[in-house]
Write a new protein. Sequence first.
Length: 316
Amino acid sequence: MRTAAVTLQGSTFRFSIPALNGSYEGQLSTDGNSIKGTWTQGATLPLNFVRATKETAWDIPAPPAPAKPMAADADPSFAVTTIKPANPGPSPPTKIIRMYGGRYITQNTSLADLIEVAYGVNPAQITGAPAWVFDDKFDFVGVPDGEGEPSIKQWLTMVQKMLTDRFKFTFHHENRELSVYLLSVGKSGPKNFVKNDSTSPFPSGLEFRPSPGGLLLPAQNANLGQFCQMMQQVVLDRPVIDQTGLSGKFDFQLKFMPDDSQFSGHPPRLPSPTDTTTSAPGLFDAIQQQLGLKLAPGKAPIDVLVIDHVEKPSPN
């Protein structure tokens, strides 16, 4: 789990873990050997740190060897799947979707969330669904039936097969004109993009991190299509269409201050501002100022998934 917003201002030490919706604040002792503070994650608990010595420190184990990729021509399915109703959690609840330890794991996700990820669509592109598809929340774990680390495409193929098997999900495509956001290159051209020549198919850093003055998106090994998909699934209320013409993978950073219209009205909690905190610009200004791109509302014909049939999940 990523640690974010790590700061030491005077003697006040702070950090957060966005995936847990938790944060820490403590006071560094004058000798620099201890920190006394509290961890906040719904409830507030004391959490103190003491500097390790040669006698108390332990060896950090070597990282495991990278997983061998799954064969490119493999057509995997989930060998084992569990789906259960999500437990009531904090408000707003934390939604988690990740591939970890050779498993596909989601927490507090609706069927609509899984459809969005599996088919790369925005909720506005899902029609004909009963209300429970958006309202009922589930926890899901899937284990592939093949050897090696699946590619992103293989993971999504497995999710699509699971939707058909466990939810009896069927649909057809239609092309409809919808309200969208169009991402294009600004007048002065793109900026602050660093070409990434990694052979890894997986982007990293496409996860928002609370930072003093706003939210930070430290994207690495990501293309603009992945950026648009993440924005339309997590931040914005309509599809985002990439019209930049920028191909390839990049490293870049975006920092902005969300408003109440984004993140379904529940933006991530930010660190408490201080006298020296400078607030980041809003999303649209930040994209223009920091990336040289323009994100603007418009209308465009776009693919829509029309649900023909769906059922609540079959028992495990």
